[in-house]
Design a protein around this ligand. Structure first.
Ligand SMILES: Cc1cc2nc3c(=O)[nH]c(=O)nc-3n(C[C@H](O)[C@H](O)[C@H](O)COP(=O)(O)OP(=O)(O)OC[C@H]3O[C@@H](n4cnc5c(N)ncnc54)[C@H](O)[C@@H]3O)c2cc1C
Length: 419
């Protein structure tokens, strides 16, 4: 008998029989000629969409088509931070929906995704920033989301290793969301893939979409490196490759693709028990359960589809780290890598129909889409199943750029590289 459900009992049973009964986490599905729903992109968002479609909306005959392998895209490349500390009414309910789904995710999908609500602390360094964080914290609380303003002394007690005393940008306090934290990124991909597979979803890896078949203004299916796959409804969840894939249907998206890098140091003893973001430069840091410091900063600043970064941003991120916590200079950098970000013009995502009938779009996640994964999947599944937006995603329309109804969370204007 093969072991299907993960539990303490299953662990003990497999320990007794030499771990011979574990089932592969998901089948290696071959493409069928047609499905009711085809999702392009086997990242976190595509897999979560397939899962919720099958689980909550009774969807059947669902396929996820992935050009590489599960976990090879941004879902396995990010710095694992989840939070719902947003300001604008278009965003906050959506990200809080995601946070609530994170809180029950492991039980829901029967997978240890290492959800760790260790807290996210955004530091501020001057009065203007303090004012902005008070406003943000109040907006969060008005939406029923936890937010605490810490003064400098409280920050010092929580994270005493920062540079408080002779810093160029003295730390005045911080906005803390205790329910924020980290989730093991690739476990999210594997967990959703396994849970969707158990509900009958075909996860088709090594299958690149090379064209979108459109007849009479309606999307009929996708041409792939493994043949034509017919689709009743076609959903695109291709993150950094969204513009490329949408172009196959003749669409030009309000999205630019940029590289973002992440960094991991050698493992050291535990000393950071939350996520900390620097307010006077772009630098953020947490510590993995293996002891590595996980950190990152700004995007590389030019359009690219290359999943690797460049030296100037490595220098910039390390300077940010040194300014915030000079002791980081004694730690060796072990690895760094890049992912392609789908940067929208206003910094907020799109979950909507497209002008092509039967073709739906999930994109524009910028560098904050990991935290959105469960809600993005749920809302995209809702849209695909019911042809109407989920109540927490009503603002994420594609035509908002034409209507001037942008959701400019950072107040940067139509400048994708600044969001
Ligand atoms: C370095 C870095 C750090 C980040 N840190 C954070 C963070 O701390 N918190 C946070 O919230 N977000 C973070 N993000 C952003 C987050 O990872 C992304 O917004 C999110 O993962 C994107 O959604 P996804 O998981 O579906 O993307 P992906 O995993 O990239 O999935 C898209 C998939 O589409 C596939 N695809 C593309 N084209 C085709 C095609 N033609 N045919 C078939 N398949 C195709 C790709 O191979 C890919 O697997 C970070 C990103 C990076 C790169």
């Amino acid at each position: 008998m093969q072991t299907d459900r993960y539990s303490l009992f299953a662990l003990l049973r497999e320990a007794m029989r030499g771990n011979t009964g574990w089932k592969p986490a998901w089948r290696k599905a071959a493409p069928a000629p047609a499905y009711d729903y085809v999702i392009v992109g086997g990242g976190g968002h595509g897999l979560a969409t397939a899962y919720y479609l099958a689980r909550r909306y009774g969807g059947q005959r669902i396929a996820v088509v992935e050009k590489g392998w599960i976990g090879g895209g941004n879902v396995g490349r990010n710095t694992t931070i989840v939070r719902s500390n947003y300001l604008l009414p278009g965003n906050e309910p959506f990200y809080e929906c995601a946070m609530k789904l994170w809180e029950g995710l492991e039980q829901d999908i029967n997978y240890n995704a290492m959800v760790s609500q260790r807290g996210v602390l955004n530091l501020f360094h001057n009065d203007a920033q303090r004012g902005a964080y008070i406003r943000r914290g109040n907006a969060m609380r008005l939406h029923g989301v936890d937010a605490e303003l810490l003064d400098a002394q409280a920050v010092r007690e929580k994270v005493p290793f920062l540079n408080f005393d002779d810093a160029r940008f003295p730390i005045r306090g911080g906005l803390l969301q205790r329910r924020g934290g980290t989730v093991r990124h690739d476990a999210v991909a594997w967990g959703y893939a396994r849970a969707a597979d158990r509900l009958g979803v075909d996860i088709i890896e090594n299958c690149e979409v090379t064209g979108i078949r459109i007849e009479g203004g309606r999307a009929m299916g996708v041409e792939t490196t493994r043949g034509l796959i017919g689709a009743g409804k076609l959903g695109l969840a291709c993150a950094g490759n969204s513009s490329r894939v949408a172009a196959m249907a003749g669409l030009r998206l309000p999205i630019e693709s940029h590289v973002l890098q992440a960094f991991v140091s050698e493992g050291i003893k535990p000393f950071i028990d939350c996520v900390v973001t620097f307010g006077a430069g772009h630098f953020y840091i947490s510590q993995s359960d293996k002891g590595g410091l996980v950190f990152g900063g700004d995007i590389d600043g030019y359009n690219s589809y290359a999943q690797r970064g460049n030296l100037p941003v490595i220098e910039d991120v390390c300077e940010g780290g040194m300014a915030l916590m000079p002791r980081i200079g004694r730690v060796r950098l072990l690895r760094h890598w890049g992912g392609i970000m789908d940067m929208s013009m206003d910094g907020s995502p799109i979950i909507d129909h497209t002008p092509v009938q039967g073709l739906y779009l999930n994109a524009g996640w910028c560098y904050g889409g990991f935290k959105a994964t469960p809600a993005s999947g749920l809302c995209f599944a809702h849209l695909l199943a019911r042809d109407e937006p989920h109540p927490v995603a009503t603002a994420y329309r594609l035509d908002r750029f034409a209507r001037g109804a942008v959701i400019d969370e950072k107040g940067m204007g139509a400048q994708p590289n600044l969001h």
